[in-house]
Design a protein around this ligand. Structure first.
Ligand code: 6YU
Length: 503
């Protein structure tokens, strides 16, 4: 019966787990996940800094409200606190940019007050909002978000602050800081790489972003508990998926499978269908060898066109806070960066300048005094090559400069290294210059292409990067896994309702 078809899912991140869950629920019983590493969860990974739980990967549920499948699952598993689940929190619509209570420090050791800062943040947010609108209205005047924001900031600033020209320089330096932090949100080296017309492809959901008090991985653990124990084959990196395959070996008992999965260790698996959920970064790096025959040109081009960047975290623990009690986000402003730049000119010497924002872990009763620094792009990739000691040294110097306190010393440090993770090759997808929904649809398009005479739906594609509106998120990833499972389910479910193969 169709339910006997051999289905392999490559990658045990949330998209792969979601796909497996749905297929099993619909009676498919020959389902397996092949995972390169020794763990499930992929880019959802909870770690420890001393006794504290910290998120190495995904941090928040973006837009936690009824429409968000990750929120619904987290509620079902009772993983969130009461406040996050409240109707009030679900109704708050912040358009993807939570308004954190900020503290601003500058490179001359000054702390800036809210009178200067507030209006600049508002001004910047307004430019970002306008950037999103070109997706629907078209006619983008410049190719990238970065170029648009900088040009508009320079054009509008003199008028906006004509009563207070004296602070122009510091305001521009603040915009540099805000641009650098925006690189972290988008997961890109510079906002000049993010397409202006494509920026609005990403959609936000209502709800005030929330975290998992016991860690994001609790979601994975709960989902895994509902699946059979032997579902996942760990420590088996897949080297190549051979499709339209005709020479099945003796272990396939005379049956012909259209697919042969070849692992790095030489093991092979015969399959009817494969759902590929590996990160776009990995696919970019192995685009010529991961499939045989190789990917059709339009899919290859879209893989190249879509952006996949690095965003890393640096967790620091302190004896005493240097920030205000109510502070949720610490900004660092370099007073000499008045030229609106979100990249540094000499990465080796000045990478630390890219580290321009820290979120404060709350509640303090649970965490003590822990902050999480955010750093994106090439500077972040360079940071990964340094020893933990070198990073600690640079961060300590940075914070001494900005706080004006020459003795401040972090007690502990932990950083992520997503670019050098061999099975992620970066953090998440962004809509690069020149991209559109068509590129995402191309990524998601199954093989063989429509119109071919060979067996349909051999290779399907899921994962965060294949989701039109919620790429770069956990809910986007989960929806993509469900989508590909549904594709197979409906393929085997003829309109008449009886369950038989269309093959
Ligand atoms: C979210 C958040 N969050 C921070 C950081 C990171 C990410 N995300 P997986 O990679 O999980 O699984 C694939 C598996 O495949 C994996 O296990 C591999 O080992 C395996 N594999 C690879 N190669 C293989 C091979 N050859 N053989 C076998 N197996 C192989 N998302 O919702 N909230 O706060 C953050 C954040 C530092 C790194 C995030 C966040 C992204 C999610 O983590 C990610 O999308 C999903 O976990 C991916 O799941 P998956 O199954 O697809 O792949 C306006 C505007 C515009 C722009 N966007 C702004 C949106 C903001 C997005 N922000 C995210 C920010 C943070 C902070």
């Amino acid at each position: 019966s169709a339910r006997d078809s051999q289905i392999f899912i490559i990658g045990c991140g949330i998209s792969g787990i979601g796909a497996a869950q749905k297929l099993l629920k619909h009676g498919f019983h020959n389902v397996h996940i092949i995972e390169a590493t020794a763990r499930s969860g992929g880019r959802i990974r909870t770690g420890k800094l001393g006794d504290n739980i910290v998120e190495i990967g995904a941090n928040w549920i973006h837009g936690p409200s009824k429409e968000n499948p990750v929120f619904r699952l987290a509620c079902d598993y009772q993983l969130l606190d009461k406040e996050s689940m409240s109707e009030e929190n679900q109704a708050i619509d912040i358009g993807g940019h939570p308004l954190f209570v900020p503290n601003w420090f500058t490179s001359s050791g000054r702390k800036l007050g809210p009178e200067t800062m507030g209006p600049v943040v508002e001004f910047f947010m307004n430019l970002l909002e306008r950037s999103q609108q070109f997706h629907d209205s078209g006619g983008e005047p410049l190719p990238s978000v970065g170029e648009f924001v900088k040009a508009e900031a320079e054009r509008l600033a003199p008028e906006e602050w004509k009563e207070d020209q004296g602070n122009t320089a510091i305001r521009m330096a603040m915009i540099s800081t805000l641009l650098k932090l925006e690189c972290c949100v988008s997961g890109t080296h510079t906002m000049d790489d993010v397409g202006l017309g494509a920026f609005g492809m990403y959609k936000t959901l209502p709800g005030l972003d929330c975290t998992f008090p016991e860690g994001y991985e609790g979601l994975i653990d709960n989902m895994m508990k509902e699946l059979p124990n032997d579902l996942v084959l760990y420590n088996k990196p897949v080297k190549c998926i051979h499709w339209n395959y005709t020479k099945n070996g003796p272990d396939t008992k005379g049956m012909l499978f259209p697919i042969m999965i070849e692992c790095v260790n030489g093991e092979t698996f015969a399959a009817d269908h494969v759902i590929v959920t590996i990160p776009l970064g990995y696919l970019k790096k192995h685009q010529n060898t991961f499939l045989s025959p190789s990917l059709p040109l339009h899919k290859l081009h879209s893989i190249q066109r879509m952006g996949f960047g690095t965003n890393n975290k640096i967790f620091l623990e302190f004896e005493q806070p240097f920030w205000d009690e109510d502070c949720e986000l610490i900004y660092l402003v370099w007073e000499d960066e008045t030229h609106l730049a979100d990249v540094v000119s000499d990465v080796k010497m000045s990478w630390i300048r890219k580290l321009s924002g820290f979120t404060v872990l709350k509640p303090t009763e649970r965490y003590g005094h822990v902050i999480c620094g955010w750093i994106a792009g090439q500077e972040s990739e360079y940071m990964e090559t340094l020893s933990e000691f070198e990073v600690l040294h640079s961060v300590t110097q940075l914070l001494r400069l900005f706080t004006g306190n020459p003795t401040i010393t972090p007690r502990k440090l932990l950083r992520s290294q997503w670019f050098h993770e061999p099975y992620s090759c970066g953090s998440y997808t962004y809509a690069a210059k020149g991209c559109s929904e068509y590129d995402i649809d191309n990524l998601a398009e199954p093989l063989p292409l429509k119109g071919s005479n060979s067996k349909p739906l051999q290779v399907l594609f899921a994962g965060e990067a294949t989701q039109r509106s919620f790429f770069s998120t956990v809910h986007g990833a989960l929806l993509s896994g469900w989508r590909e499972a549904e594709r197979l389910i409906s393929h085997y479910t003829p309109a008449s309702g009886s369950f038989s193969s269309k093959l």
